[in-house]
Write a protein that binds this ligand. Structure first.
Ligand code: PEP
Ligand code: MG
Length: 909
């Protein structure tokens, strides 16, 4: 068959050959060609050169994938001869023939992008089998059962992946599984392995009939037709919705494309002297310097990942006490070779490896190696250990950290003193603690969480189709699947708590419940019930367990110290209380970049004074309320300045979106009316008068001070008095007074005059100097454009990129969640601009603001205090723009420190 003659020839755009060979101790490819060969292909090429036993094969490049899409999903002309040469290469090394009736070559066809995308791309195994070659395989292996088992697996996989057979939605099973179950029932057996060759042969026929019935095509018997179909399916899987969701999540562009690896099959299901497994060269959960992983005897690779049988451990020391032998004990020779290969590969790549292996009749084959996914804990420990072992330097250790994954170390865990009523136990697949209401589908998870309900996603097992539900959920609980199952690997990658392989769960999707049956009886858990899952122990509890803050590993402090050496950007925290300031200091914050003073009034005993102030009708009433507020604010500022002694504290003057503070209920209205000495009717009228159509663009920020200067006067007085008190005590208080929502130099100039007057009065009263600075937030496009004028009155700038994003895009911060996701889905935006700074638009305004501000004051201190200050990509942008510091929530301080260090290290590259 010639699949490349549909249209006149269009070649790939580059001069690279379309196909690279590997096997038999040689290879065409090198690790530098990772973008062309994909991670898997580059790894296979390198392993082959290192003398690691890899089955021979070839890699079709990502250039070919891009050419395929450029041509409207058609193969470029040069692919056909290249693939034919590739198959000949494999035939030569393996000593078999593709489609040969007596000695058939079977191949696997796998995707391989430049970065690993677990479960996103499709794989076909045992390709090359048909009614004739299966007999050849049966004769050569002397094992007809094995041959037909391979054949029925191949037809099912091909039906699924290439021909697009769909799962039954109601039962969440695929049609082949249903036929297999029916066959087992008919033969009165429980396990697949109990079906004989004849039964499996019948199944092959039934599978093919099911395909014909469902999609109206005959199963392709020609191995070449099979191969071209599989290559096409791999290319097509690059653009499936689930692959693009995954790419979107990690910001991978679509023009990376995927490579296709075609490789001779080796079999882990040839009997009890065969096996398949996955091994990590370090403990992927804790980072400990020992192998970790799982294997299954007499099985193929997908069985480990699919979690149909629960795999056993690689190491004897890690095995569960259920009588099952570890790989180390069962196959000591192959284990020894595996351990050697692990050590060679880890030392060669200077990185923890995730290795797939197969033992075929006692002979070890390595199928794949790649940098292993790991928990945040393991990420830190492995990097520090590698430095200690002399494998990498400190800068490399810092570069290798995923700033977002640090989050995992900072997550809460369940209080160990709280009593646990464990209802079931599974595998501790991804650490952390999750509490949420039980939901059974990805859609439910998304729905409930968008309504603000934390959820735990409970599934028999997960598949890539569940990805959005997993993103939405607090944690994931599955009934099936091992430590390397889809749920476990993906959750670990997301830093999300996961318990997998919890086989006591019996899930009833139809009725929205699961049951757990044990010695005590049967417990039914309904959709919406709250459960707690512990990803560090694998335990499942009913109800909500109390959580506590995690303890950071010893390696963490060393790693974070290394981040501070190259880092140029300062990192501060957004904090409104002394407690948060202390927490921020413990995370390494070098000051407070934003103290939102309106947040200081959300507490019960203060809100009344605040409401009294905003509902006051004249200056006298307002001053009376402010007189009550003054000592409270002085106390607040004293606490926070003391907690940050020696570091600057940027205190932002009041910026309340009024609607968040107005009294609502009759009770609240009554209290305020009483405090103001007016009646209900009058207070209702005043509240109505304060109503704004668009409060976020309304009477907030500096506009409050223009109409009611006494508010900022009192706050400034409290700041300067608190500072004076502390200085007298010998505490190094460094206040920076910040004016929000400024759009013109005149606004700032006028407010500044008032603040200076108040400050000078306090200073005169106290009789000693109290240093302070006055700056402004830059959070409106007009402020960016007129920054040169504004800078005349400002000692510092702090970009409020939340409001700047809102006002640049002209979209409401509060309402955007309703429509922004559609923009992301349709690729109109790469990411949510409230999460990652929009460099092209908002970033350009930031750049203009800095340039113009510093044209007036070359040494103007510039920071950022919008949420972007804790977003790694935005931190890198801030570094490039020469900001002095970023400010973010305390928990994100380590992430910002790391991202800032990485940005600085990138300058040296
Ligand atoms: C901002 O607008 O970016 C900011 C930090 O202020 P707030 O979020 O309080 O409006
Ligand atoms: Mg703002």
């Amino acid at each position: 068959m010639t699949t490349t003659s549909e249209e006149p020839g269009v070649a790939t755009k580059t001069d690279n050959p379309p196909v690279y060979f590997f096997g038999d101790g040689t290879s065409d490819g090198t690790p530098e060609l990772r973008n062309l060969l994909g991670g898997k292909g580059a790894g296979l090429a390198e392993m082959s050169r290192l003398g690691i036993p890899v089955p021979p094969g070839f890699t079709i490049t990502t250039d070919v994938c891009n050419a395929y899409y450029d041509r409207g999903r058609r193969y470029p002309d040069e692919l056909d001869p290249a693939v034919r040469a590739g198959i000949e290469h494999v035939e030569r090394i393996a000593g078999t023939g593709f489609g040969d009736a007596t000695n058939p070559l079977l191949v696997s066809v796998r995707s391989g992008a430049r970065v690993s995308m677990p479960g996103m791309m499709d794989t076909v195994l045992n390709l090359g089998l048909n009614d004739i070659t299966v007999e050849g395989l049966a004769a050569r292996s002397d094992n007809p059962r094995f041959a037909y088992d391979s054949y029925r697996r191949f037809v099912a996989m091909y039906g699924d992946v290439v021909l697009g057979m769909e799962r039954d939605e109601e039962t969440d099973t695929n049609p082949f599984e249903m036929l297999l179950e029916a066959k087992k029932r008919k033969h009165g057996v429980k396990l697949d392995t109990e079906l004989d060759a004849a039964a499996l042969k019948e199944l092959v026929g039934q599978y093919k009939d099911a395909i014909k019935e469902a999609i109206g095509v005959d199963f392709p018997d020609d191995p070449w037709d099979q191969l071209w179909g599989a290559i096409r399916a791999v290319f097509n899987s690059w653009e499936t919705p689930r692959a693009s969701v995954y790419r979107g999540m990690y910001g991978y562009p679509s023009d990376w494309g995927t490579a296709v690896n075609v490789q001779a099959m080796v079999f882990g299901n040839l009997g009890d002297d065969s096996a398949t497994g996955v091994v990590f060269t370090r403990d992927a959960a804790t980072g400990a310097a020992r192998l970790s992983g799982e294997y299954l005897v007499n099985a193929q690779g997908e069985d480990v990942v699919a979690g149909v049988r629960t795999p056993q451990s690689i190491l004897a020391e890690a095995r569960t006490p259920d009588g099952q032998l570890s790989f180390e004990e069962l196959m000591p020779d192959a284990f020894k070779k595996l351990a050697e290969a692990c050590s060679t590969l880890e030392r060669h790549f200077r990185e923890m490896q995730d290795i797939e292996f197969t033992v075929e009749k006692k002979r070890l084959w390595i199928l794949q190696t790649r940098a292993g996914k790991r928990t945040g804990l393991a990420m830190v420990k492995i990097a520090v250990d590698f430095v200690d072992e002399g494998m990498i330097d400190e800068g490399t250790a810092v570069r290798r950290q995923d700033p977002e994954q640090l989050d995992e170390l900072l997550h809460p865990v369940f209080d160990p003193n709280a009593s646990r009523e464990v209802i079931a136990s599974g595998l501790a697949s991804s650490p952390g603690a999750a509490v949420g209401r039980v939901v059974f589908s990805a859609d439910e998870a998304e729905d409930w969480s968008s309504r603000g309900e934390p959820v735990v996603l409970v599934r028999t097992e997960t598949s890539p189709a569940d990805i959005q539900g997993m993103i939405a959920a607090e944690g994931i609980l599955t009934a099936r699947g091992g430590m390397t199952s889809h749920a476990a690997v993906v959750a670990r990658g997301m830093g999300k708590c996961c318990v997998s392989g919890c086989s006591e769960l019996d899930i009833d999707y139809r009725n929205g419940r699961f049951t757990v049956t044990n010695e005590v009886g049967t417990l039914v858990v309904e959709r919406g019930d709250t459960i707690s899952i512990d990803g560090s122990t694998g335990e499942v509890m009913l109800g909500e367990l109390p959580t506590i803050e995690p303890v950071l590993p010893a390696e963490y402090q060393r790693l974070m110290a290394w981040t501070d050496a190259p880092r140029v950007l300062g990192v501060r925290a957004n904090a409104d209380t002394p407690e948060d300031a202390v927490l921020a200091r413990s995370f390494g914050a070098e000051g407070i970049g934003l103290c939102r003073t309106e947040h200081m009034f959300f507490v019960e005993d203060r809100i009344l004074a605040f409401r009294r102030m905003i509902c006051a009708e004249n200056e006298e009433e307002r001053r009376a309320a402010l007189a009550e507020i003054l000592p409270m604010q002085r106390e607040d500022f004293t606490g926070i300045l003391r907690a940050m002694a020696g570091f600057p504290v940027t205190i932002r003057l009041l910026d309340p979106p009024l609607h968040e503070f107005l009294p609502n209920t009759d009770d609240e209205l009554m209290q305020v009316a009483h405090a103001l000495g007016i009646d209900m009717h009058q207070i209702k009228r005043r509240v109505e008068a304060l109503h704004e159509v668009n409060p976020m663009l309304g009477h907030r920020g500096v506009r409050l001070a223009v109409t009611f200067p006494e508010i900022y006067e009192v706050q400034s007085q409290a700041i300067i008095e608190a500072t004076g008190d502390l200085l007298r005590e010998g505490v190094d208080a460094i206040p920076e007074i910040m004016v929000p929502l400024v759009s013109s130099a005149a606004e700032l100039a006028s407010v500044r005059t008032h603040i200076d007057q108040v400050a000078q009065k306090v200073i005169a009263d106290r009789g000693f100097d109290i240093p302070y600075t006055i700056g402004t937030m830059i959070e409106l496009p007009r402020a960016c454009v007129t920054a040169d004028r504004i800078a005349e009155h400002a000692d510092f700038f702090s970009f409020g990129t939340n409001d700047l994003t809102q006002t640049t895009f002209g979209l409401s911060r509060d309402d955007s969640a309703r429509f922004l996701p559609a923009y992301i889905d349709r690729r109109l935006l790469d990411h949510d601009p409230f999460v990652e700074l929009d460099v092209e638009g908002v970033g350009e305004l930031v750049r203009i603001g800095i340039e113009r501000g510093r044209s007036t004051k070359p040494d103007l201190k510039v920071g950022i205090c919008g949420e972007h200050g804790g977003n790694p990509a935005s931190v890198a942008f801030c570094h490039e723009q020469g900001l002095n510091y970023v400010s973010c929530s305390p928990y994100r301080v380590p992430i910002a420190r790391l991202a800032a260090a990485q940005a600085a290290l990138a300058d040296d590259e």
